[in-house]
Design a protein. Sequence first.
Length: 303
Amino acid sequence: MADEEVELNDEQKKEIAKWFLLNAPAGEIQFVAKDVKKILNDDELYHEAASEAFPQYNKSHMVCIEMPGLLGDVILTPFNELEENEFLDPRTAQVAIIDNIKQVCTEVRPALDEELPSAYVEEFRGSIEAEIARYVGEMYPKGVYSIYCVNGKDADGPEFDFELVVVISATRHSPQNFCNGSWRSTWNIEFKNDFQTIEIRGKMQVVAHYFEEGNVQLDTKHECNDSTIMQSPEDCAVAVANIIRHHEAEYSASLETSYSNLPDTTFKDLRRKLPVTRTLFPWHNASQFSLTRDIAKELGAGK
């Protein structure tokens, strides 16, 4: 008996739509959204799905959005989200109000004093930002970065602990050439004054999508830990930047080594080996084989 057709309710349709939106490759959510909207054929249901999916997608992909008035760009991350649709840019001390679905900045307001770190923390944050700016300029010509205080922003002296996060995002969108990709890294930097140490935890992710006559995606992640000693803000910044540079270069080199070995290892293991005759299977004339004739006979084909 044939399977009965299952009718999905609106909640199930919304969850499926959200899944497709959240799993859109880097830089392609707007393209996916157009197809999802067309398939749903329900503007209200699409808006519900998009309203839940786009904010998550934008933050997980560290989408960079231009602020009006030549203020520069703001990166959307979980670390600088103040309220729904409001994101702090510590470099300019501005808060960007974002339309997540359209991925545009609709308004900018000055950050409140309580939304910014203390002068003591800002000295470290600003020094690290200057070093990261030099590093990103050298390594990621089209990359963006920002440094946020996520814990202890009211610390006002060396007896207090606090935590900064460095985020680096670099994208290359080339849909006309059927490929898109991005590099994203986050570095949690904990200043532990009791032990006079700085603990560093890094997470790096590379994603790529190639879709010319196919659909090939890469999603690889790597985590690492390191530490250094407490010093002046300027010396701390140099030490932190050097650690980030070292680990990111090491991970990038490991990826290149893996890719250079793909043709001789992975691809050979994946592809189906040729038969011992060393000839290709003649798919255009498969009816000459007895197995095909037997199947056709069982199905009653050709009568």
